[in-house]
Write a protein of this length. Sequence first.
Length: 94
Amino acid sequence: MLETSFVQRQRKRLLWRLTSYAMEIRNGDLPNHMRAHKAHMLREVIPTVLARIDDGCYGSCIKCGVEIPKHRLELIPDALRCVHCQSQIDQKRS
């Protein structure tokens, strides 16, 4: 289980990222592929992660339920899947 202080720090990072992405999209200085990625993060991924924080589920994989390692969450605070499940999705996409 993740410490409350860690989860709260991650919440702040995600809220900052949400604001940052919104400003970047509004300014229009992004290539189309980056704009689409950040819009997806802004509308779907980050709100989902914030809801999981509120529900007390932050840090568990949405596919298999395994706890996502803290070091992964430190690098990717909006990670919704463990490395194994994310790798499976990435392989299907390529």
